[in-house]
Design a protein around this ligand. Structure first.
Ligand code: UDP
Ligand code: MG
Length: 345
């Protein structure tokens, strides 16, 4: 017997929400998402909150939401692993035909998901939101972000990382499956999203200021994030070292010829102390700098070779457990397997 259109199961869309100390916004977030779901009755929804080792009431609020709303699922990580890994944990637990990633702080307007979904229906695998404005962000953050995207654009070669695009996006099941095969420790998600490819579509939007709470990314974290992006995606700094080395040694060779010529023609010359010092210090500085660059790569290789699981889960409540808090599965899920395993203890 063939099912008619109306009888076919509705597609499931998973919304992955990494949350680190977001007690101030979670309820507002849930209210706004629920309003959105009402507007898209043709789909089934699940919201997967990933508590990334919050030290405030975040998990308690998530638990409350789980008991109130069948669509809410909770993944409680064993400590703070950072947004990139929290998102990965969310992807691992998402069951949807499409998966949306969104920040908990309402900086990404949930209403945009309507457009994501319609582009997905049009056949795009990845629909991402590109910011036209960044309200509530300082000029320094905007300026550094702009430099970062320019550098990445130059360095990343074939993989084009879209400008001014955060993690807020919808991904089809097949693109999520592809993404989940990339299990590297150093997860620069913007790069990984771009790396998997598939037909993609950008949607322009205005990034709102945070609804409440504070940003978790200070400049030091952002700098490390940029470094991670560059070193995990390109070996351009190493190549640069090679060429700079070639250039300085050619210059040194020419300078040597010049000194020899001068000594032969003009006779013995007392070598200049200042030029010696300048050359030594300059070369010493360059060498130290590039040993540092090598170290950045070596450190990352070290991290990868340990092959540790990406994360541990200390509690997982799947969607559909509303009203039955005892259903919480106490898992030791590791983020190592391509599809995570749950061992009920
Ligand atoms: N976040 C996380 N783990 C962290 C830091 C941040 O899961 O270690 C989450 C955070 O709860 C929020 C999202 O990542 O949902 C974006 O963080 P934030 O708003 O602080 O970054 P910004 O928008 O300022 O770049
Ligand atoms: Mg934010």
């Amino acid at each position: 017997m063939k099912l008619t259109e109306a009888e076919l199961p509705k597609p499931l869309i998973s919304v992955v929400v990494p949350a680190y100390n977001e007690e101030a916004v979670l309820n507002a977030f849930h209210t706004r998402m629920s309003a959105l779901f009402e507007q898209l009755p043709g789909y089934r929804w699940e919201i997967i909150f990933v508590n990334d080792g919050s030290t405030d009431q975040t998990q308690r609020i998530i638990n409350e939401l789980c008991t109130r709303d069948r669509r809410v699922a909770s993944v409680n990580l064993s400590r703070n692993f950072g947004k990139e890994i929290a998102m990965t944990a969310g992807f691992d637990h998402a069951k949807g035909d499409a998966v949306v990633v969104i920040d908990a702080d309402l900086q990404d307007p949930p209403e945009l998901i309507r457009e994501f979904v319609s582009e997905w229906e049009n056949g795009f695998d990845i629909v991402y939101a590109t910011r036209t404005h960044r309200d509530g962000e300082s000029w320094l953050k905007k300026a550094t972000a702009s430099v970062f995207y320019k550098v990445m654009d130059r360095l990343s070669g074939k993989v084009k990382i879209p400008r001014d695009t955060g993690d807020f996006r919808l991904m089809s099941r097949r693109s999520v499956e592809a993404l989940l095969q990339l299990r590297e420790q150093h997860r620069f998600m913007k790069g990984l999203f771009a790396w998997v490819g598939f037909p993609s579509k950008a949607i322009k939007y205005r990034r709102d200021p945070r609804a409440a709470g504070e940003t978790k990314f200070n400049y030091w974290k952002l700098w490390n994030f940029a470094l991670e992006g560059i070193t995990s995606f390109t070996i351009a700094p190493l190549k640069f070292a090679t060429y700079l080395g070639l250039l300085t040694s050619s210059l040194a060779f020419l300078y040597g010829l010049w000194i020899i010529g001068k000594t032969l023609i003009l006779g013995q010359d007392v070598p200049g102390y200042p030029s010696l010092m300048v050359t030594m210090l300059f070369l010493g500085g360059i060498q130290l700098f590039f040993i540092g660059v090598l170290g950045e790569y070596l450190g990352r290789i070290f991290g990868e070779t340990k092959q540790r699981p990406l994360y541990f889960v200390q509690g997982y409540t799947p969607a559909g457990s509303a009203g039955s808090s005892h259903l919480t599965i106490d898992t030791h899920t590791t983020g190592n397997a391509q599809h995570c395993r749950h061992q009920t203890t």
